[in-house]
Write a protein that binds this ligand. Structure first.
Ligand SMILES: [Zn+2]
Length: 352
């Protein structure tokens, strides 16, 4: 089918590290009855036409009318059930958690990504005002919990936008998260992304903020790596290290929490520091910032690699946000929702 081939090409085009890291981002295409969406926990770059999950759009629509429990975890369980029921029998895998939001758009193609250049704006103190100035044609959404809450709020705001402007938005910026781009052909999607990236690049240049993360030279870190493995145990079966960079001290976006944990251990590289971090946070640090290197640890090489990649991405976002008043971390409520969300645990596990 032509649309599935087109969305596969778009997924590869926007599945590079400039746009997403790890299993971040999601894409979809649709006709009147069916929505094909990226399976949760897969990478955009690895998608094939046959890996998309096919969902019955009428059954997804049921979600918008369903009365949901107020308890957040119970509500997400119900959403999962509605989404499982909406799967076409020939499909396997688990639909991306943002599938109900993809379904809200009437546009054929939706490409959702988390570019550092975009998050420099969406994670900044002055993000909203900057968005209104640079992208008056786009819709800005304040932070809401991902999944059900985001879908319902976006649905409401897309409708209001449509009433006011006569058509749905083709670009939605999500605070502390990323961007959704919708269009009826690949050229529309490519054009919209080009405008977004170029305008932002220009702004960073004007503000004198580099779009490259500065990373110091690294020396021999093998002794520290061995120590971290010894102190942390199986959670640090693999250790990756990088030259020092200015790691973000708090949670930037859901993806950063999923892959790098909400906060890094900054400062002392000692058994005591690692243990008091665990006592304070309930988990061992995934990212450790020492004076001569930054370490990322994991149960597998993949986990450690992604932790370092996202830590560097978060540091770049923090650097870019300086152009717009500085970084604004996620709130404690927002952070806790992601930390406890089963969907994200599933997603992280698929990438380990
Ligand atoms: Zn996302």
């Amino acid at each position: 089918m032509k649309t599935l081939e087109t969305i596969t090409e778009l997924s590869h085009e926007f599945g590079t590290e400039d746009y997403v890291k790890g299993g971040g981002g999601n894409t979809s295409c649709k006709n009147a009855d069916t929505l094909w969406v990226k399976p949760s926990g897969t990478t955009l770059g690895g998608l094939k036409p046959e890996t998309f999950v096919a969902l019955d759009r009428e059954k997804i629509d049921l979600l918008y009318a369903t009365e949901t429990p107020t308890d957040k975890q119970a509500r997400e369980a119900l959403v999962k059930e509605v989404m499982t029921n909406a799967m076409r029998p020939e499909s396997s895998g688990r639909a991306s958690v943002e599938a109900p939001l993809h379904n809200v758009f009437s546009a054929t193609y939706v490409v959702h990504t988390h570019p550092a250049l975009v998050n420099g704006m969406t994670c900044a103190q002055n993000g909203k005002a900057t968005c209104a100035r640079l992208f008056p044609e786009a819709l800005w959404m304040d932070y809401v919990d991902a999944g059900y809450t985001l879908c319902m709020k976006a649905r409401e705001e897309i409708k209001a936008f449509e009433d006011e402007n006569g058509s749905e938005p083709s670009v939605i910026f999500l605070k502390n998260h990323g961007v959704f781009v919708a269009g009826d052909c690949s050229e529309d999607i490519e054009e919209a992304y080009a405008v977004i990236m170029n305008r932002l690049r220009e702004e960073y240049k004007l503000a004198g903020v580099s779009t490259e993360l500065s990373v110091a030279e690294i020396g021999d870190t093998s002794a520290s790596e061995a120590e971290l493995s010894e102190w942390i145990g199986s959670d640090a079966a693999e250790v990756k290290s990088s030259g020092v960079f200015e790691a973000a001290a708090g949670p930037i976006t859901p993806d950063h929490i999923v892959y790098s944990k909400s906060v890094p251990l900054i400062g002392g590289l000692s058994k005591d520091a690692v243990e008091s971090f665990k006592a304070n946070n309930g988990y061992f640090p995934r990212v450790i910032v020492a004076s001569d290197a930054v370490f990322a640890v994991g149960t597998s090489e993949k986990v450690a690699e992604l932790a370092l990649l996202l830590a560097q991405d978060g540091a770049l976002v923090q650097q870019l946000a300086k152009a717009f008043g500085g970084i604004e971390f996620m709130t404690d409520d927002a952070r806790e929702f992601i930390e406890n969300w089963e969907v994200e645990a599933y997603r992280a596990k698929q990438m380990s």
